[in-house]
Design a protein. Structure first.
Length: 130
């Protein structure tokens, strides 16, 4: 069975790599509010809400020509989806993957160490000397 979502991501990244200068941003975000009544405590993500992730994406895009990396993961810290949901929906119920009725991966978080390092440097550059 072909996973068209994954295939389109691969094709898009390969198209970007064809450019002389490119920066591929891998990210994951949700709308400002958590939309579901249940969130899984055994599914881990680096995902965050769009208003949290968007400024980081804007920072990377603004400084794209200064970034030597070809690929950056722009997400926040690893956390359970339940932990993420509780930040904005206090009445969300805790659930598990077993209750989902479909197969879900246990961890879809991305390594964000490189972005955290770059973000500190770019933010300091933007704010200038004190």
């Amino acid at each position: 069975m072909v996973n068209y979502y994954s295939l389109t991501k691969l094709v898009a990244e390969e198209a970007a790599r064809a450019a002389h200068q490119h920066l591929i941003l891998r990210t994951s975000f949700r709308p400002r509010e958590f939309a579901y009544p249940v969130a899984f405590s055994d599914v881990f993500t680096g995902q965050d809400y769009v208003d949290i992730i968007a400024p980081d994406i804007a920072l990377a895009v603004t400084h794209a020509l200064e970034i030597d990396d070809e690929v950056l993961h722009i997400v926040t810290e690893r956390k359970s989806v339940y932990e993420l949901a509780k930040r904005r929906k206090s009445d969300v119920q805790e659930g598990t993957r077993a209750q989902a009725g479909v197969t879900l991966p246990a961890d879809v978080s991305l390594n964000t160490e490189r972005w955290q390092e770059l973000r500190s440097k770019l933010s300091a550059k933007r704010s200038g000397p004190n």
